[in-house]
Design a protein around this ligand. Structure first.
Ligand SMILES: [Zn+2]
Ligand SMILES: [Zn+2]
Length: 441
């Protein structure tokens, strides 16, 4: 397969003399298989030049598969300028995560309303189809594609693509689940030594890939004041990728304030770190125009049509039980969840939580760790001891971000562990990811 980077910038397009090398266009990567399947990851401003090239070089009709990680502006803003969509006979299949406040089609139509753009989405002459995705395995234009939720303040998915015997994983945008990457008592550098189950799942998703394209917007120093914004550091990416036995990593979603010189320094530091990891991982900073040919060693398998895991979380009204003894926190959480159309009930103690669950089973519990009387861990012990609540999704929400507490939470059987400070969109995205996964069990 062949890959080409058309947009490597995060957040906002930044053309100018300082970004000539790494590029100023926002996220867009083209992947073409030897069978001629065209997959486009994200539709940032970079898609404009890709569209121009497709129109000039591909014999019509053009069949494009657009795989959106999420629908923040820098990942969809180029779509109204995707010229093949303006030609009758062409097709565009658009894939992306189901948003919490509307379908993929609604969200894309929103940015093309008359106030913002002269042509409405429904007026485009090409045949456009929309496919809301959750976590699972899909076949897209004959190509095997697996998806997994990322940690970002919006529903966001990563893609793992297997074609032509090679594996490419696209993970943009994503933030570490935990400040601490490794379990204190374990040997660092292995997937099983990763502390937070979210980070471990993330590492497993990229395991053995020939190429991982990963958000690395911040330096470790910058990240300290940008937590909860939903982006990674090269340090996290390199360590996780090395543990996962990845061959090559392309760092992307470069920060708009980073000029070419700055990004070159990041690349040097990332390479030095990769070398210290000692797994032979090759890392570089993606630049516009960068082209990669991949011929992996995977045996070619016949792809089976398995549009599995189509469970939808948008079509149901879920019941969330919030357990927290701090009234301010409860108010904040309830407001956030209600605006995402959940039915929310609240209790202020562990004992009351167990009573409430006994009377009416919620779909998910948001549980505080430290409470007066029965604390979150004791609640977990009771829940996991009983058959009917053994698999009940529980998201623990806590100020305790240290390694022993995180570990105690997961050992007690929590489904996810979210630490303060958190942002509201981040919390609602994590709740939604837990619910979507529970639907698939
Ligand atoms: Zn982004
Ligand atoms: Zn984003």
């Amino acid at each position: 397969m062949r890959l080409r980077f058309w947009g490597t910038r995060g957040s906002i397009a930044t053309p100018g003399p300082g970004t000539v090398h790494f590029g100023g266009n926002t996220s867009c990567v083209e992947l073409t298989t030897s069978d001629g399947a065209l997959l486009i990851f994200d539709c940032g401003t970079g898609v404009h030049r890709l569209a121009t090239e497709l129109m000039a070089k591909v014999k019509p009709p053009i069949h494009a598969n657009i795989l959106l990680g999420h629908t923040h502006w820098d990942h969809i803003q180029g779509f109204p300028f995707f010229s093949p969509a303006f030609v009758k006979g062409n097709t565009a299949a658009i894939y992306g995560p189901e948003g919490s406040r509307g379908s993929l089609q609604d969200v894309l139509a929103g940015q093309m309303e008359f106030t913002y753009f002269p042509v409405e989405l429904s007026q485009l002459p090409a045949a456009i189809t929309y496919h809301d995705l959750t976590e699972g395995d899909y076949t897209i234009n004959g190509v095997r594609v697996a998806t997994q939720f990322l940690n970002h303040p919006a529903m966001t998915i990563g893609y793992r693509v297997e074609a032509d015997g090679a594996v490419v994983v696209y993970l943009v945008d994503h933030e570490p689940f935990s400040d601490e990457l490794w379990r204190a008592s374990a040997v660092p550098g292995r997937i099983e030594s990763i502390l937070h189950e979210g980070d471990r799942r993330h590492a497993s998703f990229m395991a053995g890939a020939d190429l991982v394209i990963h958000d690395a917007q911040y330096t470790p120093e910058e990240y300290q004041s940008r937590k909860t914004w939903g982006h990674s550091t090269y340090e996290y990416v390199v360590q996780v990728a090395a543990a996962a036995g990845v061959r090559r990593v392309a760092l992307t979603h470069h920060d708009p304030t980073h000029d070419d010189r700055f990004i070159a320094d990041i690349e040097r530091d990332a390479r030095a770190l990769a070398q210290r990891c000692g797994t032979g991982l090759d890392v570089f900073c993606a630049y516009e125009g960068c082209e990669i040919l991949l011929e992996g060693g995977l045996p070619r398998e016949a792809s089976t049509a398995n549009p599995s895991h189509q469970a939808s979380v948008a079509q149901r009204r879920f019941h969330v039980l919030v357990v927290d003894d701090q009234p301010d926190m409860v108010t904040l959480i309830v407001r956030a969840l209600e605006s995402d159309h959940y039915t929310v009930s609240t209790v202020t103690s562990g004992q009351a939580a167990l009573r409430s669950i006994g009377e009416r089973m919620p779909d998910i519990v948001v549980l505080d760790y430290k409470m007066n009387g029965m604390d979150g861990l004791e609640v977990m012990k009771s829940l996991r001891a009983e058959d009917r609540t053994r698999l009940l999704p529980v998201l623990m929400l806590t100020a305790m971000s240290d390694e022993p507490s995180t570990r105690a939470g997961f050992d007690a059987g929590v489904t996810d562990y979210v630490t303060k400070p958190f942002s509201i969109p981040q919390l609602t995205a994590r709740v939604r990811a837990c619910l979507a996964r529970a639907q698939l069990q």
